[in-house]
Design a protein. Structure first.
Lengths: 172, 100
């Protein structure tokens, strides 16, 4: 059992709602990779879907990738089954990849403790952001700013590049 | 024994957690009331050190100490069960350990 937050991106190969398998290596060119511990049934996660969609769309042309991962047990929570994931993604028009971590290995490796929980990795796949709620986003400079900071040039004209926010021990 | 269940109303897992908690109490013949706290705002989450829904505390101690360390937020918790699985609700064993 691991509850330590991963400091580098975990290796994985997981089925996506698009019917394809997705591996960490598939995102090799992305200067920032946001893995989002997610699920299908939680209304708090659902409230985040639009935000994740917007981030993926806004940064897609810069190579940034947002990947949501559902690790919940569909046996005990049928609303989190792969079929339900596919239905949800189609219904909401997800712009991001939505993967099924059936054996929960990615959740363990990430050290996830809640849904949604965001882990942003830079081009070297080192953790540069870990958070969830809006309060944390403000404290750590925000998910969008962190994604900007992992890029080699400013995200918006006239804005200087910011250094990635580094996490303290325990990712507080 | 003081038993608290903290939740936010949108969390679909808190009824399941409450039912499991009531089951475990009954099975062990424990006559204790459960205080239900609905957490409504981020400010309340901070004040109550609420790491997510559902959260169960026995005499102030979280049934999953590791998860209790997460920053307070209106969000959903992930529990690590003894068999290595993760779950949106604590296990019967976690509750039994906390209650007995």
């Amino acid at each position: 059992m691991s509850t330590t937050v991963a400091q580098s991106a975990p290796s994985f190969t997981l089925p996506g709602v698009d019917g394809r398998d997705h591996s960490l290596a598939d995102y090799g060119d992305a200067p920032a990779l946001a893995l989002v511990q997610s699920c299908n049934h939680c209304p708090y996660v659902r409230a985040w879907e639009g935000r994740l969609n917007a981030i993926q769309k806004d940064y897609a042309d810069r190579g940034v990738r947002v990947v949501a991962i559902n690790s919940n047990d569909a046996t005990s929570h049928p609303g989190d089954s792969f079929e339900e994931m596919q239905a949800r993604a189609a219904e909401q028009g997800f712009a991001f990849d939505y993967l099924y971590d059936e054996d929960q290995s990615v959740a363990h490796t990430l050290g996830s403790k809640r849904t949604p929980e965001v882990f942003v990795f830079d081009g070297d796949r080192k953790l540069v952001y870990h958070g969830g709620d809006r309060r944390q986003q403000r404290r750590h400079g925000g998910l969008r700013l962190t994604i900007c900071a992992t890029r080699s040039r400013p995200c918006s004209p006239g804005r200087s590049r910011r250094s990635p926010t580094r996490l303290r021990s325990g990712a507080r | 024994m003081k038993i608290e269940l903290l939740y936010w109303d949108g969390c679909p897992s808190h009824p399941e957690a409450l039912a499991l908690l009531q089951e475990v109490l009954a099975e062990h013949g424990l006559d204790a009331s459960i205080e239900l706290h609905e957490v409504l705002t981020d400010e309340e989450a901070q004040e109550l050190r609420f790491p997510g829904s559902p959260t169960i505390r026995v005499d102030g101690r979280d049934v999953d100490v590791a998860g209790a360390e997460s920053p307070p937020a209106l969000t959903c918790r992930i529990y690590y069960l003894a068999d290595g699985r993760v779950s949106p609700v604590p296990s019967r064993e976690q509750l039994e350990e906390a209650l007995t």
